[in-house]
Design a protein around this ligand. Structure first.
Ligand code: GDP
Ligand code: MG
Length: 179
């Protein structure tokens, strides 16, 4: 294979949502293929890179950013959002109040991140911990996505590796279409 002619794209994707919903676990699952049930507190903004051989001509390096400990403020510094081309907002199916917070995160995101040329930012919602039996899907999530220009939502499990690759590929495809 001759990689010399491959175009290499660097995409920044941000993962936001309340504390404990599984953001770090989702990023770990997606970029490392691993899940750890041990609590890991990370401080400051952090990112992991996942490289996708997208097609014959294109390699995409996804820089997936974790808000890592800044959840409690409910809003982030603009610098965290800067140059992002797509976002995932995560909530926890076992804690309905974390779905209520999705709107707060969405407002912060839209306020602080505008794409050049007025393009629409691809955003997905991840309803995480779908492996837990007591989880309940919010009734209004379809309407919420439709009314707020959300690309798609998925039930995910970082623990059992459900829908995470699918969701991230969907987001990447939309970012590529904007590029
Ligand atoms: P963050 O604060 O949003 O980064 O959340 P973490 O990734 O640190 O996860 C918080 C807790 O939820 C940890 O104990 C994880 O092991 C657990 N967790 C994360 N994702 C899942 C999942 O898909 N299923 C289950 N059952 N637990 C999860
Ligand atoms: Mg975390």
């Amino acid at each position: 294979e001759n990689n010399l002619h491959k175009e290499e794209l660097n995409f920044k994707i941000i993962v936001i949502g309340d504390f404990g919903v599984g953001k770090t676990s989702i990023i770990g699952r997606f970029t490392e293929g691993q899940f750890s049930s041990h609590y890991k507190i990370t401080i400051g903004a952090d990112f992991a890179v996942k490289t996708l051989e997208w097609d014959e001509n294109t390699r995409i390096n996804l820089h997936v950013w974790d808000i890592a400990g800044h959840e409690r403020f409910g809003s982030l510094l603009s610098v965290f959002y800067r140059h992002a081309v797509a976002a995932a907002i995560v909530f926890d199916l076992t804690r309905p109040e974390t779905f209520e917070s999705v709107d707060k995160w969405l407002i912060d995101l839209r306020r602080k991140l505008q794409l050049p040329g007025g393009k629409s930012l691809p955003i997905i919602i991840l309803a995480n911990k779908g492996d837990v039996t007591v989880s309940t899907v919010p009734k209004n999530i379809d309407d919420y996505c439709k009314n707020n220009d959300i690309l798609a939502w998925y039930i995910t499990s970082a623990k059992n590796d459900i829908n995470i690759d699918e969701a991230m590929i969907k987001l990447t495809r939309a970012a590529l279409a904007n590029y």
